[in-house]
Ligand binder design. Structure first.
Ligand code: NAI
Length: 415
């Protein structure tokens, strides 16, 4: 079996960590049991370009239990957990991913997975799908799945330009994905990344969060919970208002730059903090990015402004500016929660990856008759995942009476 990973001897550590994640993924576990019996993915080859984490490993194992052949490469050069890659290779799944790989290796690995001729592609950020469109336009594909907001934005742009050549399920847009994974997963784990790299106390510090979408909201509210003063920078008026009414200060990036101790971007946008901001930030400011690509902090400009750079701690780079101020950047401005911590906890990836597994089954059935567009999973699948998660958490779910259903479906009742 072909593969390209850092160190196969790490497999035993990976096995234990994957097992620990599996214990906290009961919904995916229930799907696995059904998949083992029904084998709904029999005959399919799946190519995945996702963060190589313990949770993704469990998804790969579930897809295989459903009858699919799977191959995996990384969706970010810095998010691969080498022990997990080793464990999957030992389990017979081809993995092409090495933590810290350069751009050439990253794309070579994507092409290695595509060489397995997948019927379905699982993407996280749309890089594999883009390679399929730009370099492999003839390769047949039944359909794709997309995990993150930035990937969905790219796909919708492809659909708008009329170039998307197969149907894709925007798994990110399922409620059981973005309302939990992006909020609670990114919220908690982004702070985890900053804590592991810098080990600061959040209480009493001013944390500037750029973007108040699902991820930004989660980050801001968790920082608030740790005792930080939170400033939100947001360009959408409704979301900015929502941040203000959630109790955060809301201001422009220009006004926030000299006030923050920690800056976290979660916008999906480019150069959110750039030279004009670096010029006025306080000595010791910490900068981190939770958005998908490493473009939110203009590190090229910061590098040009700096007179020196050093790795101060693991995943913490220090830029010294001519006036003596030092700005610290976590995980090279790449996804802070995956670069400097372990990504989202399994408890929340349980739902995201349950959605992915159900999307694969749904695409196998429906893909051949669908137009090349971006689709959202049907609501009943979303609700099924929520129901299973609630059950696993021991929560009760109210059932409406016949009278209530009739009332809610009628228009005749007034005062
Ligand atoms: P979203 O679209 O819900 O929110 C982004 C927000 O940023 C929007 O409200 C938008 O108005 C705002 N924004 C855009 N440009 C801005 C600017 N220059 N200044 C201030 N605000 C600006 O997106 P979501 O779901 O919160 O995702 C954000 C990013 O995080 C995406 O790149 C997504 O792919 C990524 N992501 C990362 C995860 C991780 O594990 N770190 C997990 C899930 C998503």
């Amino acid at each position: 079996m072909n593969h390209d990973i850092a160190d196969r001897s790490l497999a035993e550590l990976g096995d234990r960590r994957i097992e620990w994640a599996a214990r906290r993924m009961p919904v995916l576990g229930a799907i696995r049991e059904r998949f083992e019996k029904e084998r709904p993915l029999e005959g399919l080859t799946i190519g995945a370009c996702m963060h190589v984490t313990t949770e993704t490993a469990n998804l790969m194992l579930v897809l295989r239990a459903g009858g699919a052949e799977v191959a995996l490469c990384a969706s970010n050069p810095l998010s691969t957990q080498d022990d997990v890659a080793a464990s999957l290779v030992e389990a017979g799944i081809p993995v092409y991913a090495i933590r810290g790989e350069d751009a050439d290796t990253f794309y070579r690995h994507i092409n290695s997975v595509l060489d397995t001729n997948p019927d379905l592609v699982f993407d996280d950020g749309c890089d594999m799908t883009t390679v399929l469109h730009e370099q492999r336009p003839e390769q047949p594909i039944i359909g794709g799945m997309e995990e993150t907001t930035t990937g969905v934005i790219r796909l919708r742009a492809m659909e708008k330009d009329g170039v998307l050549r197969f149907p894709v399920v925007a798994v990110n847009d399922s409620d059981t994905k973005h309302l939990f994974d992006n909020r609670h997963g990114t919220g908690q784990s982004s702070l985890d990344g900053i804590l592991r790299s810098a080990n600061i106390l959040f209480a009493g510090r001013t944390v500037v969060v750029a973007g108040y979408g699902d991820c930004g909201l989660g980050i801001a509210n968790r920082a608030d919970g740790l005792g930080a003063k939170v400033i939100v920078v947001e360009s959408n008026p409704v979301r900015a208002l929502s941040a203000a009414m959630d109790g955060h200060e809301v201001m422009t990036s220009h006004d926030a730059a000299p006030l923050g101790d920690v800056f976290i971007t979660a916008t999906g946008d480019i150069h959110v903090f750039r030279q004009e901001h670096f010029e006025v930030m306080k000595d010791g400011s910490i900068l981190a990015n939770a958005g998908h690509f490493d473009v939110e902090l203009d590190l090229k400009a910061l590098g040009e402004m700096a007179i020196s750079y050093r790795e101060l701690r693991d995943n913490l780079g220090e830029y010294t500016l001519p006036d003596g101020r030092r700005l610290l950047v976590v995980a090279e401005g790449r996804l802070v929660n995956l670069g400097a911590a372990e990504g989202h906890p399994a408890d929340v990836m349980d739902m995201s990856f349950a959605d992915q597994a159900l999307a694969a089954e749904w695409l196998k059935e429906n893909g051949p008759s669908l137009d090349p567009k971006v689709y959202v999973l049907p609501e009943d699948l979303d609700h099924e995942v929520a129901r299973l998660k609630l059950e696993s958490m021991g929560c009760g779910l109210e059932t409406l009476t016949e009278e209530q259903i009739a009332y809610l479906n009628s228009w005749e009742h007034g005062t």
